[in-house]
Design a protein around this ligand. Structure first.
Ligand code: NDP
Length: 274
């Protein structure tokens, strides 16, 4: 749908939650950053579907969100690497809560290895999940956004999508790819009312960092405290980012008033990259 003043204008009443009537699907929404994003979008009035592979965890996360005031929340089992299953999962979510107007491509895995020990299996695993997964989910959601004449796509990349990190070639390649996808699609859709942006968190206090600390301890013999301090030292503020800080930025990019913001990759990292 061609951009027009009418399509850009938000015709809904000025009072009331800004995302009321919008359905957001958050991949990897059952834990960490994704769960925080789901919570913020619910607070802004959106109906939210959280998606991932682990049904029990999603069910528990959805129940927790509902208990904390998120009335319009549900979950769907979805493996973002399973191209054949993705359309059906999106259709099931849409049947429950309406067409997906906001897609947050947050599902991701992180594994570190020196380049010489980065075999094809590790490379494929990360690229398939962190990059191709976002491509496939975007293909599933975008036609509905174009039909509706409004949409928001937010990709959770990483500072590893903006700069190089040692021992992370596959992860950096995937996240740089995600930033590239964001920029190219934003240009392609610039005359529609669908925006495409990325957020790029620095090390954030979630299960990924817990696993990274354990990996560093196992491989280097450093203590957990030393390993954690080493990760926090990437951030000039000398700390880990909190999931809610990432979620705040994602929610802002989803607001109706963020129409002019597209193709951006916003670092949430205390000045790690600038
Ligand atoms: P978590 O491990 O808590 O979250 C990752 C989520 O992705 C899980 O909910 C998991 O759910 C889901 N997931 C993984 N693989 C798949 C798959 N194949 N299909 C569907 N869902 C999948 O870590 P974070 O919250 O930290 O990670 C969220 C995103 O943030 C990731 O993309 C990560 O790269 C990015 N990020 C994290 C940083 C950090 O330091 N924590 C820093 C920068 C970026 P399930 O197991 O149920 O499938």
């Amino acid at each position: 749908m061609e951009h027009s003043a009418a399509a850009m204008a938000d015709s809904r009443p000025l009072d009331g939650p800004p995302l009321a009537g919008r359905h957001a699907l958050v991949t990897g929404g059952g834990s960490g950053i994704g769960a925080a994003i789901a919570r913020h979008l619910l607070r802004l009035g959106a109906a939210v579907t959280i998606a991932g592979r682990q049904a029990a965890r999603l069910e528990a996360a959805a129940a927790d969100l509902a208990a904390n005031g998120g009335a319009a929340v549900g979950w769907v089992a979805l493996d973002v690497t399973d191209s054949a299953a993705i359309p059906a999962a999106f259709a099931a979510a849409a049947q429950q809560r309406g067409p997906v107007a906001i897609l947050v491509n947050n599902a991701g895995i992180a594994k570190a290895a020196p380049f010489a020990k980065t075999d094809l299996a590790l490379w494929d695993d990360i690229l398939r999940t962190d990059l191709t997964g976002a491509f496939l989910c975007t293909q599933a959601a975008l036609p509905g956004m174009l039909t509706a004449g409004w949409g928001r796509i937010v990709n959770v990349a990483s500072t590893a999508g903006l700069t190089g990190l040692a021992y992370c070639t596959a992860y950096c390649a995937a996240k740089h790819g995600l930033v590239g996808l964001t920029r190219a699609l934003a240009r392609e859709l610039a005359r529609t009312a669908v925006t495409v942006n990325a957020v790029c968190p620095g090390y954030t206090e979630t299960g990924i960092v817990t696993a990274a600390v354990a990996d560093i301890v196992a491989k280097t013999g450093r203590s957990a405290e030393q390993a954690l301090a080493g990760l926090a030292a990437h951030n000039p503020q000398g700390r880990l980012i909190q999931p809610a800080e990432v979620a705040d930025a994602v929610a802002w990019l989803c607001l109706p008033s963020a129409t002019a913001i597209t193709g951006q990759s916003l670092a949430i990292a205390g000045g790690e990259v600038m």
